[in-house]
Structure formats: C-alpha cells, structure tokens
Design a protein around this ligand. Structure first.
Ligand code: TYC
Length: 95
C-alpha cells in the first residue's frame, strides 16, 4: 500500500538572479539592463543598481531554474556586446 503523505508535491526550487558590482560598467547601463530584462521601472531599477554598487551584489529577480539561466545569458550577452565587464549569476533561493 502506498504511503500517505501530507503534501504530495513540493513547490519547485526557485532561483535568484544576482548581479555583481564592478568598477567599470556605467551605472546607466546597469539600470537599463535591469529595466529591460527584469521588468522593473526606472525607480526600482535605480534602487537595485545602487544596492549592488554599495553592497557588492543584489538580487534582480526570482524565477524557475530555466528562466533564471536565460536571464543570466541575456545580461551577459548584452554586457559583452556593449564591452562592459558586468557579471551576473543565478543561485537557489534559501528556504
Ligand atoms: N560600480 C559601477 C560604477 O561605479 C556601477 C555598477 C553598479 C556596476 C552595479 C555594476 O552590477 C553593477 N560605475
């Protein structure tokens, strides 16, 4: 007989896309990238950029694993094409 479980399905692990500070990428570029790829308005994007600038890293959004990986690719591609060293990664959200 099958074991009865209190909860059959767990919610999927979510991933946060974290952007890292550097000394060269212009603030304006970071704000535009956050607006474009993370659907933030100018004010929210500016706040996230300043947090990264001051604290070294910041969360731009939380997504499923695949979507988070796509966001990272989009950011790195845009930064590379513009000649900026902007770095970004995804990591599992802690419970
Ligand atoms: N520190 C950069 C500067 O002073 C701005 C910056 C912010 C760069 C956030 C990257 O993820 C970043 N121009």
């Amino acid at each position: 007989m099958l074991e009865r479980r209190t909860q059959k399905t767990k919610p999927p692990q979510m991933y946060q896309v974290v952007m890292l500070n550097d000394d060269y990428t212009p603030m304006e570029f970071v704000v535009v990238v956050i607006q474009e790829f993370f659907s933030k308005d100018l004010e929210a994007a500016t706040q996230i950029m300043l947090k990264i600038h001051l604290e070294g890293r910041g969360v731009c959004g939380v997504y499923s694993k695949d979507v988070a990986a796509t966001k990272v690719d989009q950011v790195l591609d845009a930064a590379h094409k513009a000649g900026h060293p902007l770095q970004c990664l995804s990591e599992p959200v802690e419970l």
